[in-house]
Design a protein around this ligand. Sequence first.
Ligand code: F6P
Length: 360
Amino acid sequence: MTPHRRLGVLTSGGDCPGLNAVLRGLTCRATQLEWEVVGFHQGFEGLLEGGSHEILTLERTSGILPLGGTLLGTTSKGHFIAKVGGGSRTMVPQHVMAQARATLDSLGISALITIGGDGSLTTAQQLHEAGFRVVGVPKTIDNDLEATSMTFGFDSAVACVSEALDRLRTTATSHSRVLVIEVMGRHAGWIALHGGLAGGADIILLPEIPFDFAKIADAIQKRDASAQTSSLVVVAEGARPVHGSEYVLGKGAGEYKLGGAGHAVASEIAQRTGKETRTCVLGHLQRGGTPTHLDRILGLRFGVKAAELVEHAEFGQMVSCQNDEITSVPIADAVSRLHLVSPQSQMVQTARAIGISFGD
Ligand code: F6P
């Protein structure tokens, strides 16, 4: 093997089903193209002094398709944070960049594949602008990245929400209760919308369509009046009332941690309708477990394409899915703004057409 044909790869930000499929796809294709693959541990932190790495081989990545999480470990904290608060940008310090560059040079790595979501790809873009030879792979259960029609992990998260709703429906019906389920997605309502539709939700609250507590109560009372005495309400963690703001659980070094919307909505429903109401916060169940077949296949295809982008020296590019073809776009296009649900979209109209309320 030619010694200088060494590429690095890391997984960064929240983990997500399908990450291991990407690692498998890219290791297979890179090996075919005669690149050696160095996997950095714990995201970008692996590039710093004290960080660790391993060689990814065909053997090491064999049999990992059904595994959730990431073989390499990840972090959404650390020294490479590029997004803070409600999504504002911040710069990775120069001395951190310098350390990362020194690590890559000392290992003879000439290209770095970064698999991450909005925050991590914003870091990747900064590295690219600083002269690193970077290729991006979009990863997020939130499906909130521009410039790709799909990200792996989303389908698995939606499957989890849909299964949870199937379970909640039976207990809600038995007790004539309202069951409120809070789901992830950060500032985007994709998981809530798709999961809610697939799982037969009666009310879906999205960040993109601010809700009115009175309208939610009214929808539940109308259902009661027509003998539908149980209701399932899906609340995106980023949902907010018309005159309110997102429910924030905590503020750390990076982006705000969202949470609390489900409990707030449930308590208002109970007060306004007098109905027994319970809350289920689905949380990290949505990120764990085995990926769906769709996420495995998308992950494999993204991994193969990432290795090919390195081979063709197409740096600053991100793998992307467009019309079911895997192609590439500038990383900058993917992180320029968030991909959000349009309130006018056909999907929202379809939901309304089957009687789902958005609390507006
Ligand atoms: O971006 C993925 C995501 O799961 C969001 O949906 C959620 O808001 C956030 O990460 C949770 O982050 P953490 O794992 O740090 O609690």
